[in-house]
Design a protein around this ligand. Sequence first.
Ligand code: 3AM
Length: 177
Amino acid sequence: MIRLFTAIELPESVRMRLTLLQGGVPGARWSPTENLHLTLRFIGEVDEATANDIDDVLSTLKAAAFDLTLKGAGEFGGRDPHALWIGVAPSEPLLRLAAKIESALQRMGLEAETRKYTPHVTVARLRDAPLAKVREFVSAHSPFDSGPFAVRAFALYSSHQSSRGSLYRPERTYALD
Ligand code: 3AM
């Protein structure tokens, strides 16, 4: 079995900027630079045959290349925050791409994702982080703006557990038109 998700790879310069803003929150497990990505669709554990089918349908998917801007900051979890993220400026092409991936995966028989897609880049996972520090991080980084960068492909990532946490690796990339 292999754990998969689809995501957009971020340019090295953007990942460096996201790495530089990491800090200041006790209890945060900061995402390593190489793990920073923008999830499009979590897939989960599948067998090898299903992974090959997923690769096939994603290879034939047609969607347009676009520009994307990372913007703003936030947390998931409210009073018990479990993740810090940098946000994404509203992008119709991004939502269209996510929707196309969703319907392609459903057509090949995967169960529908029922949760609404909220584009974000996770920069830390939190455990028992002080709420005041979380709020400080969010307000300090809410002016974040990456400036636009080109998205000319998306990727099928594998996720492996290691002693140092999850390791994400782009296994296949799919060009956008
Ligand atoms: O790092 P982000 O937030 O983009 O949270 C997981 C991570 O998202 C999410 O998939 C991405 C790669 O692991 N994820 C993990 N398990 C999940 C699940 N059961 C999940 N998303 C939805 N359902």
